[in-house]
Design a protein around this ligand. Structure first.
Ligand code: AMP
Length: 553
C-alpha cells in the first residue's frame, strides 16, 4: 500500500465523529491492506512496534523538528518549526504545512522526484532508525528521518510526523482495532479479544484472522518471553467481596512494583506493569530464577525493596532500581529486593489463564521454592469479615500496604480492571464511638465481652450506630472486659447494657442509612482500632458529624 493511501484513509478516519463509522473505516482499511496488513494495523493505532515490544524509535521532539526543518528547505530552522507548532498546536499540522521534497542531500535517499513512499518502506526505514545505536546514532536518525520527510507530500507528512512522535490521535483505540479486525475477516470478536490478550500483537492477530480464521486465533497461545498485560484491581470493600463471591481469597498487598517473570528454561526476562523490559535493572531476580526454577514459566508478582531485617521499604526504592540503567551493581548493593510471586500464568508448556485462581496459585507453589530473594504469597480463603480482618491486621503489622481480595474461582484476565480483584479501600475516616453495650463471648471466649455496641453522641444522650467484633486480639478482649465490667448496668442472657464510659476508635468502609440502629445509620464492616484513652464520652463523635460524613460520601 502506498503511504499516501494510508494517509488519505487516516484523514478520513480522523474526520469521522461516529465510533461505529470509524470501526467501518478501519475495517475497510484492514481488508484492503494486502501484504501490509500487520504494519497498517499498527500504524493506524500510531504504533511502529507490537504492543508487547518495548522498542522505541528514541526520537525526541527536537530531532523531529530538525528533520522537518531540513526537509522544508534552507531557510527553515528547527526554531521556525517550533514557532509553527505553537501556532498550530500539533506536529501533524506543522509537517503538513511545509512543501517538502527536492532538498538535496544529506540523506542516502537523495532528493525529491523519487517513487512514492510505501507503507512497507516507511516501516522498514523506521525499524532501521530504531536500530541505530551508539555514537553518531542521533545524526543517523536525523538523516533517516529527513530522508522520509523529504519524500512526503503534505498528508503523508502529517501522519508520518505523528507516527514518529507517537501522537497519531485519529480516534482509533484498541477496541476499534479489535472490532474492525473481527468485521474485516468475519471472525467472532471474542476470539480476536482473546488472541489479543495472550499475544498483545494487533498486527499478528489481524494476519492470523485473515489467513486462518477463528481456529487460527484459538491457536494463539502465550509465549514465554512475550509479556502479557497485567491483570488489574479495582478499589473495593470486604462487603463487596463477600456479597459477590462465596468466599474471598485474601492476600497481602505488597507495596512495590509489578513484575512479570518469563523463564524459558534457559534465559530470564522480566517486564514491568507497562510491559517494559526490566531484566537488566534486576540482576538478583534473574539470578534467583536461573538458580531455582527448572521448568518454563510465566509468573506474576510484585518486587519489593526490603531493609536488612527483610521489612518492606517504600515503593520509591524499587522504582529507583527500575530507572537505573547504569551502575546497577552499585544500586543493587544499596537496595535489596524481594520478589513476592502471586500468580502463575503458564507452567511447563501449559497456559493457565483460564484456570481458577486457586489452581494457578497451587501451581505457583509447586514451581517456586521460596528462598531469600523470592517468596510465594499466602492465599487465605475466608468467608467471614473477622478472618479477613485478621489477615489485614497481619499484613499491616508486617509493614505492608494492606490486602487484596480476589475471587478464588476467577480466570486471569490480562489488562482487565474487573471485579475479580479488589484492592481493599483503606478506611478514609475513623469515628470515635461510645460503647453502650456488649455481648459475652462463646466457648473459649465465654469469660470475655466480645461484640461491642457502639453509639454516637446526640444533644440528649446516645444513639446506636453499629456493633464491632472485628479486629480485636484475645489480649485486647481481656483488657476491654476489665475496663468495661465495672460499667455494666444490666445483663440479659449474654446481652449486656453498659454505662457510657469508654470510647473506641473505629474504622469502617461506609456509612449507610439503616433502620437497625436508633441513630438511623449503620457502619459497614466496622473494625476496632484502639481505645481512645485521651477522650471522655463527651468528646466522642456526634450524630451531626456522622450526617456530615454521609453527605460527603
Ligand atoms: P494500585 O497500583 O493501587 O492500582 O494497586 C494494584 C497493584 O497492586 C497491582 O497492579 C500490583 O502491582 C500491586 N499488588 C500488590 N500486591 C498484590 C497482590 N497480592 N495481587 C495483585 N496485585 C498486587
Amino acid at each position: 500500500m502506498e503511504f499516501a493511501e494510508f494517509a488519505a484513509r487516516a484523514e478520513e478516519i480522523e474526520a469521522e465523529p461516529a465510533d461505529l463509522e470509524i470501526v467501518a473505516l478501519v475495517r475497510d482499511l484492514l481488508a484492503s491492506a494486502d501484504d501490509d496488513l500487520e504494519t497498517v494495523t499498527r500504524f493506524v493505532q500510531g504504533r511502529v512496534f507490537p504492543a508487547h515490544d518495548s522498542t522505541t524509535l528514541d526520537i525526541g521532539p527536537s530531532l523531529c523538528y530538525e528533520a522537518i526543518a531540513k526537509a522544508a528547505g534552507r531557510n527553515v530552522s528547527a526554531a521556525d518549526v517550533e514557532d509553527r507548532l505553537a501556532e498550530y498546536g500539533e506536529i501533524g499540522a506543522v509537517a503538513a504545512s511545509y512543501d517538502f521534497g527536492g532538498q538535496q542531500g544529506l540523506a542516502a535517499f537523495g532528493g525529491g522526484g523519487q517513487s512514492a513512499l510505501t507503507v512497507g518502506e516507511v516501516d522498514e526505514t523506521l525499524q532501521d532508525l530504531a536500530a541505530a545505536a551508539g555514537s553518531g546514532s542521533q545524526d543517523k536518525k536525523l538523516d533517516i528521518l529527513f530522508g522520509l520527510f523529504n519524500r512526503a507530500e503534505s498528508p503523508e507528512a502529517r501522519y508520518l510526523a505523528r507516527l514518529v512522535l507517537s501522537e497519531m490521535r485519529i480516534g482509533v483505540g484498541e477496541g476499534t482495532v479489535r472490532d474492525a479486525t473481527a468485521e474485516a475477516f468475519d471472525v467472532p470478536v471474542d476470539a480476536v479479544a482473546r488472541a489479543l490478550q495472550v499475544s498483545n500483537d494487533y498486527g499478528h492477530v489481524a494476519a492470523v484472522a485473515r489467513e486462518e480464521g477463528e481456529g487460527g486465533l484459538e491457536d494463539i497461545h502465550l509465549e514465554v518471553g512475550r509479556p502479557v498485560q497485567a491483570m488489574l484491581a479495582q478499589a473495593g470493600t470486604v462487603t463487596d467481596a463477600l456479597d459477590d463471591w462465596e468466599a474471598a481469597a485474601v492476600e497481602t498487598k505488597f507495596d512495590g512494583a509489578r513484575v512479570q517473570v518469563h523463564y524459558d528454561g534457559e534465559s530470564v526476562s522480566l517486564y514491568s506493569r507497562n510491559m517494559e523490559d526490566v531484566t537488566d535493572p534486576l540482576p538478583e531476580i534473574v539470578a534467583f530464577v536461573e538458580d531455582h526454577l527448572s521448568a518454563p514459566v510465566i509468573l506474576d508478582g510484585e518486587v519489593v525493596a526490603v531493609d536488612e531485617d527483610g521489612d518492606p521499604l517504600p515503593f520509591q526504592e524499587v522504582l529507583r532500581r527500575f530507572r537505573r540503567k547504569h551502575d546497577v551493581a552499585k544500586t543493587a548493593e544499596d537496595v535489596e529486593l524481594e520478589l513476592n510471586a502471586f500468580d502463575c500464568l503458564h507452567a511447563d508448556g501449559e497456559d493457565l489463564l483460564d484456570a481458577p485462581l486457586t489452581d494457578r496459585h497451587d501451581r505457583l507453589e509447586s514451581v517456586l521454592e521460596p528462598d531469600g530473594t523470592a517468596a510465594v504469597s499466602t492465599l487465605t480463603i475466608s468467608d467471614d469479615a473477622d478472618g479477613i480482618a485478621a489477615v489485614e491486621a497481619d499484613a499491616l503489622d508486617a509493614g505492608h500496604e494492606g490486602i487484596m481480595l480476589k475471587n478464588p474461582d476467577a480466570a486471569y484476565t490480562p489488562g482487565d480492571r474487573g471485579k475479580n480483584w479488589l484492592k481493599r479501600k483503606p478506611d478514609v475516616e475513623t469515628l470515635d464511638l461510645v460503647v453502650t453495650g456488649a455481648e459475652w463471648g462463646e466457648g473459649r471466649r465465654a469469660t470475655f465481652l466480645g461484640t461491642f455496641e457502639l453509639s454516637v453522641r446526640t444533644s440528649d444522650g446516645y444513639e446506636t450506630i453499629g456493633k464491632v467484633a472485628t479486629g480485636i486480639t484475645d489480649e485486647e478482649l481481656a483488657d476491654l472486659t476489665d475496663r468495661l465490667e465495672p460499667h455494666i448496668l444490666a445483663e440479659d442472657g449474654t446481652d449486656v447494657d453498659i454505662d457510657p464510659a469508654v470510647v473506641f476508635e473505629v474504622g469502617y468502609e461506609e456509612i449507610q442509612t439503616s433502620p437497625t440502629y436508633s441513630s438511623g445509620y449503620a457502619l459497614r464492616f466496622p473494625r476496632f482500632l484502639s481505645v481512645r484513652e485521651d477522650k471522655a464520652v463527651d468528646d466522642a463523635d456526634s450524630l451531626e458529624r456522622v450526617e456530615r460524613l454521609v453527605d460527603g460520601q
